[in-house]
Structure formats: structure tokens, C-alpha cells
Design a protein around this ligand. Sequence first.
Ligand SMILES: [Zn+2]
Length: 476
Amino acid sequence: MTWKPVIGLEVHVRLKAQSKLFCACANDYGRPPNTAACPVCLGLPGALPTANAQAIALAVRAALALNADVQPTSRFARKNYFYPDLPKGYQITQYDQPLALGGWLDIPGAARRIPLTRLHIEEDAGKTAHAPARSVSLVDYNRCGAPLAEIVTEPELTSPAEAAAFLKALRRLLVWIDVTDGDMEEGALRCDVNVSLRDDAGRAGERVEIKNLNSFRFVEQSLEYEIARQQTILEHGGAIERETRHFDPLRRATLPMRGKEDSPDYRYFPEPDLPPLALPSALVAEQARLLPEFPDARAARLAQAHGLTAAQTAFLMSDRATADYFEAAVTHGAPPVLAANWLAGEAAAELNRRHATIVQLSVAPLSFAELLRLLNLGRITTPAAKALFAEMAATGKPPESLLAENPAYLRRDDAETLEKIIDDVIARHPALVEKYRSGKTAVLDALVGLAMKAAGGAADPKQLRDRLIAKLAGDS
Ligand SMILES: [Zn+2]
């Protein structure tokens, strides 16, 4: 018997609205606990919710980007349950009439189209922190009422890796269209997964839900564990129980949360304090107008226009700001292939060192283009360009003014200069020269390095190497 996993996802995405879904409290989670919660957030008697138009517009934009059918009228519902982080005793969500139905998302590079079931709007709950040392649990209501879009896939994902790839593609798209910041560590994108195993005859087993995963890795690891667990049970003639589990990253295992019997009855009913959500067609048209060129289309266009490889476009499409930066630099005259390689190499490394994003890079696309043009013209060497780039990132100055301040960056490969440098290195390092001449040619790298250093990085390494070899051969 071979078992095939059947996987579906429910993804919760925090929308980038300025305020919460039903009140004017800030949708911002860096604040001290319980400083951004009002009577509406807390569900105090008499407090009435008002739907946030900006959050709804963002959810509509997400639905359009996912090719879903935006419904002219949808409806809010109450989902009733008790938990300390839900002071109202119910969550306002959408149930039988969601904002959008259907839709799909392609997984880039995998030729896989994953169909979607629905997209609806709902509010988030608060946050509970357990402090076992003090035998207390602490509740922060700041997150109560945060605007979420929930995106539900059909159970058509077939492996843990595919589920993670889908989630990555979804996150990239939603950040790309500017509806969420997608910060998974901050909980702006969280995921529940459903998984069952189907036998050779196509019979599907009971499905198990794993709750609240906040990283691609946890999605993959929890599914791997869960598939192996279910397979072992089925192979020993057991039956899978329908249940909800959670993932413990330290043990890399899923653990039971609740079974079928104690699954809560949410007693959904229409939210009496909010009218049905009738979307003005102008709002939907405006959101459609705001959709940018999508990553796949943009990758294809750039690849064709500039002869970029799939790996180069994949890097440029990792976020929209990187793609924008690349196009701006090319407009300013940067050689495209060189620019793509530099963005994935030197620029990415510099941003890593600074824990920054490309938007925060102090090198303007125009300066970046100038630097690459100088490199392409042979006026500076690659090592000098790298050093210049680091200085540009540190100072925000354009390359011309840094070259004016420090002409040593300009390429020095006139024969006289190189000759002098090489003679100097040979004279100062007789032991290395001796080793080289006795056959240990590997020390040549060290000699080239010393010569490069003496040239302040501003010479062509290949030329230095060739001249060194000739010199060492000639003088022996
Ligand atoms: Zn509030």
C-alpha cells in the first residue's frame, strides 16, 4: 500500500490597515500590552463595531490577485467560544457568505495551480502568555480586533514541500500587492494545515488539523511528522482519529490538542450589530486598478528584455522593491546582467550585514548604475568596485565624489606601476619566492594577494598574476 498525502491550508493574513477591523484602535503591535484596546475591542456592553473600509478594500485586492470571485454582498457572523484572549466571548468572522469564492494560485517554477475555496474577513483574538514560574497567564488585548483575511485552499497539495512552496508564493504575492507586511515572526501570516492520507484505491482517511504554524519550516516539519505518524497507524491496521493537534518545534512532533468529541460547537449566527457588507462596484474597480504587474509576468518580461536567467529573475522577484530597484538602475544605464548579479551578490551581502532591506539601502539606483558603468568600462576593477560600493552604502555618496576624494580606487594597470608593485613584493618576500621556485606553486595565490593589497585593490588580479608568473620565471 502506498499512501498519498492530501493537504489543505487555512492561511491567516494580517491586513496592513491603519486601524483595527471594527474600531479606531491602531493596528500596530509593538506597543506595551493593553495600551491599544478600546471598549469595542473588549466587547464591553453597548460598544458597537463599525467595519473598516480600508481593511475591506485590502481584502478585496487580495481576492482579485488570487483570481477569486468577489461577492457583491457578504455577511459577518459570530463564532462563539470561550477563551481568555477573547473577552467578547465570540469572534466576528464570515461564515456562510464570505467576501470571495474560488480562485487559484500558481506555485512558481512548479507548473502547479492550487485551487482556492474562499477568502473571508475576520478579526484576530488577543494574545496569551504563560508564565509558569509565577503560576500565572498574562493576556494582552492589543491584538483583539486586528484585521485578518483568511484564505482557504482546496485539499489539493500533495507534499510538505509543496505546502511550504505554496505558502511562500502566497506570502510573496500578498506582500507584493501591498496588503500585508507578511512578517511571520510577528504573526502577520499564520497557517493551519489539514492532512489526511489516501490509499491506493483513492479512499481518504480522517483528516487531522495542525493549528497555528508561523514559519515555512514548521509547516513542512509538522506535515512530515504527521504524515509519518498517520502512515504508521494505518500500516498497523489502526484508524486515524479526526482531531486537532499542535506542533512542538523542539520535539519536531505534533501533539493532541482536542479530539472530535470535544470539538467546540461555534453556534454561528449572523452578526446583529453589522449590516450585510455590500461592496460598491467602484471600490472593486479601484482595487483592480491598483494591482501591479505580478511577479511571474514581470520575471518573464525582464528575462526577455535583458537576457536574464531563471535564477537571476527569481532573485529579482523575491520582493517588489528589489525588482523596482533593478529596473530603475537599468533605466539609468546599468548593464542589466551585471546589475542582476550585483543585486544578488554584493548588494544582498551588504544588506545582510546591515540587517536592512533594499528600500533602506543608501545607494540610489542612479549611483549603483554609475558604479556598474565604471566597472563595465574597465575604469575600476571588481575589488575596487566592491570597496566603493561598501563606502557608498556607508556614506550615501555617489561614486564620482568618492573617486574624486580617493583616486586610488581608479584602476592602476599601467605597466610601470604594476612592475614597481611586483618588484617590491618579490623583494620583500624572499621566502615565498623561494618556495615558489622550489615547485610549491600554490604560494602564487599569496603573492598575488600581496601585490593586490599593495595596489590598494585597484589592479586587475589576472594581469598581476600573469606578470608575476613571467617575472618569477624570468628572474630565475
Ligand atoms: Zn479598539
